[in-house]
Design a protein around this ligand. Structure first.
Ligand SMILES: C=C(O[C@@H]1C=C(C(=O)O)C=C[C@H]1O)C(=O)O
Length: 457
């Protein structure tokens, strides 16, 4: 399955970055943001606005951003994918003409982005598929509490001025359900996956590394083409405390925030250590399970590696940092996680954007392992699937560099054939991991996406 870019509708909009294709000079973008009538405090109010089947989305608890159309797309390749994307974004902004009447995070020029897990140096690199994409939509609608806004972007200001009337005039294609869904094994069958995990455990016990995160894929085939808006509405309503995202065919609802950078304050929500939540489990039982998770030395060890990797990566960019002494338990409908919110003050002298921070943080021990290089090598050697953009950064960046980047977990990649979807789930493996228990954990992590497709009731 590939992440082939869709052609942008307005020339010359398809700028490519990276060494293999020098970026053509982009046309100046004309960007206007205006307040609109407040959107209702409804979990799906934003995603319900999306007019077509190529939605851009970053939504949590009814707040966030949705976008459509493609004013500009910046694809990047290989190990330089973050730096090249950032340089192209800055060059675009240098030439942009901006009128922002709202001035909140997410107003003015915004690019949605999705980046591959691997830097392309391994065997999976196919040389054609971009490992990074930043997309500047033609229209963005945002909501932050009582304030809602609309931004229009055009190389030549051919669009209507933004505003509630312009939004009301947007023609929306009907959202259709994917119909019946069939699930099948991916490159590694479910019954063979415990052996992969067992190999990981063995290598850890042999002292090669401390932790590795191993993932598997499941292939879904649907009766009708998947309309990502169908999936997004279900995820936004069913997993309200997660960040529901959609960028260039990568969709999901992640509970893990790689980094938010807003007005000098940096936040990262680190997750590692998981326990399944059985369907129908009572609140009392859930609390018992939570207490068990909070005491599990295996999960605490896994968590500690992840928190340390985040703190270490943020340190060079921050003047102060708060790392909680102990994690809290994050309750989700399908699983509970050990979670830590790391907060820090950005050192202004570094001029680091949210994308720079995401690049520095990726891959954290929560999705790769410890030490990073040994874990990444082992993933390449034994995992047997192409992660593509699963477990990579997904989110948005604004004109001042502030933005939010999640880790693309509880996610799926929509195929070029819109009836084919790849679902992903992975588990942190340490010396004490039990392969069959990890298989059950991976099944629980697949629930949000299979449910959103309609494959589970
Ligand atoms: C790798 C995934 O999740 C990660 C692994 C976790 C774990 O092993 O406990 C928990 C949260 C995430 O950091 C995934 O959902 O695919």
């Amino acid at each position: 399955m590939s992440a082939t870019p869709h052609p942008a509708p307005v020339p010359p909009s398809g700028a490519s970055t990276g060494s293999r294709a020098p970026a053509p000079e982009p046309q100046p973008l004309v960007v206007r943001t205006t307040r609109i009538d407040p959107l209702p405090a409804d979990l799906t109010a934003l995603v319900d606005l999306l007019p077509d089947t190529r939605p851009l989305t970053w939504v949590r608890r009814g707040d966030g951003l949705v976008g459509w159309g493609e004013a500009l797309r910046l694809d990047s390749f290989g190990p330089g994918r973050f730096a090249d994307a950032e340089a192209a974004w800055r060059a675009t902004l240098d030439r942009a003409v901006v009128r922002d009447e709202v001035r909140l995070p997410g107003t003015g020029p915004v690019a949605f982005g999705t980046f591959a897990f691997d830097d392309g140096a391994g065997d999976h690199f196919d040389g054609a598929r971009p490992e990074g994409s930043l997309i500047v939509p033609r229209v963005v609608v945002g909501r932050r509490g009582d304030v809602s806004w609309m931004t229009t972007v055009s190389p030549a200001d051919q669009l209507d001025a933004p505003g509630s009337e312009a939004l009301a005039r947007t023609v929306r294609e009907t959202v259709t359900s994917p119909g019946r869904v069939r699930f099948a094994d991916g490159a590694v069958a479910a019954r063979d996956w415990p052996a992969v995990v067992a190999e990981g455990v063995e290598r850890i016990q042999a002292g090669e590394l401390d932790k590795v995160v191993l993932a598997r894929e499941v292939l879904a085939t649907t009766e009708r083409p998947v309309d990502p808006r169908w999936v997004l509405a279900r995820l936004a309503a069913g997993y309200a405390s997660c960040w529901t995202f959609s960028v260039a065919g990568m969709v999901g609802a992640t509970p893990e925030l790689l980094v938010r950078s807003e007005k000098g304050l940096v936040t990262s929500r680190v997750l590692a250590g998981t326990i399944r939540r059985e369907p129908g489990m009572s609140d009392d039982d859930a609390l018992l399970h939570a207490a068990q998770l909070a005491r599990s030395s295996k999960d605490l060890e896994e968590h500690e590696y992840a928190v340390r990797s985040v703190a270490r990566a943020l340190e060079p960019f921050c003047s102060s940092m708060n790392v909680p002494d102990a994690p809290f338990v994050l309750h989700l409908p399908n699983v509970m996680h050990l979670a830590s919110d790391v907060t820090a003050v950005l050192d202004p002298a570094t001029h680091a954007s949210s994308l720079t921070l995401a690049a520095a943080l990726h891959p954290s021990a929560a999705v790769c392992g410890t030490p990073t290089t040994a874990a990444r090598d082992l993933i390449r050697e034994i995992e047997g699937i192409d992660r593509s953009r699963y477990a990579g950064p997904v989110g948005w960046v604004g004109a001042d560099g502030d933005g939010e980047w999640g880790i693309a977990l509880r996610s799926a990649e929509l195929g070029e054939d819109p009836r084919h979807v790849r679902l992903f789930a992975g588990c942190g493996i340490v010396a004490a991991s039990d392969p069959q228990a990890e298989l059950a954990e991976s099944e629980a992590k697949l629930v949000p996406m299979s449910w959103a497709l309609g494959g589970l009731s």
